[in-house]
Design a protein around this ligand. Structure first.
Ligand SMILES: *Cc1c(COP(=O)(O)O)cnc(C)c1O
Length: 237
């Protein structure tokens, strides 16, 4: 049986290893040490492990399922400076919960969802940080706005007063070589740069890309927020 102390130790070690991996990837890319940060993806993992990670200095957490996230937020309500990111597919009937209880949403891919989040964001809270999810390698999954439709969606979201558009997110189709992994990330990076030129007044500073299997490729192509689940919390069932 694993004791509480053992799991704290285990999370401390895996988190340290994940930070080390990010530090090395940034160095290999010739980038400044603090130019990307870790988002700990905690879907399906118990809140006790998240609390351990928090005690080891982790603040940003990513969740995919609204009800699971709300339950964990309740259990972790005493951790005041925790930052909640919603990264999963978002249906219209769940936007109110997300608008009321998260700091970031990475998975906005259509105007209707953005508008609902904007309209439902409580006036008492800061603007909701948004990344637009882009279908960068024509994934089998239907999530993500196409590159063709992206500029129009950016214009619409920039008009929404309760949202702060921060950048782009993608989940490329899996590939095994570093060169193949880099390709879609490079495309996303170039897309963000062209949006920065076209909308210089916007706060477009975020590339949410890279997971346990492709962190190095994402960092080489400019990721600023890497979303690590397995590397921190272990395999999911
Ligand atoms: C689950 C998930 C992750 C983390 O994946 P790992 O391979 O476990 O690191 C990252 N991003 C999204 C959108 C996810 O759903």
């Amino acid at each position: 049986m694993t004791s509480q102390a053992d799991s704290t130790l285990a999370i401390g070690e895996s988190l340290a290893a994940a930070r080390q991996r990010l530090t090395q990837a940034l160095a290999a890319a010739g980038r400044p040490a603090e130019s990307a940060r870790l988002l700990a993806v905690s879907k399906t993992k118990p809140s006790a492990l998240m609390r351990d990670a928090w005690h080891h200095g982790q603040r940003d957490f990513g969740e995919n399922y609204v009800q699971e996230a709300l339950d964990k937020q309740h259990q972790l309500a005493d951790l005041e400076d925790i930052v909640w990111h919603f990264i999963g597919p978002l249906q219209s009937n769940k936007t109110r919960d997300v608008a009321e209880h998260f700091d970031w949403v990475h998975s906005v891919d259509r105007e209707k969802i953005a508008r609902r989040l904007n309209d439902q964001r409580p006036a008492t809270l800061d603007k909701l940080n948004i990344c637009l999810q882009v279908n960068i390698s024509n994934e089998v999954s239907k999530s993500g706005v196409s590159l063709e439709a992206l500029p129009e969606l950016v214009e619409r979201v920039l008009e929404m007063p309760n949202l702060c558009l921060r950048g782009l997110m993608a989940i490329p189709a899996p590939s095994s070589t570093l060169a193949e992994q880099r390709e879609p990330f490079a495309r996303l990076n170039h897309t963000l740069m062209s949006l920065q030129e076209r909308f210089p007044e916007a706060s477009l500073d975020t590339l949410s890309m890279g997971m346990t299997s492709d962190l190095e490729a994402a960092v080489l192509e400019g990721a600023t927020l890497v979303r690590l689940g397995t590397a921190i919390f272990g395999e999911r069932d």
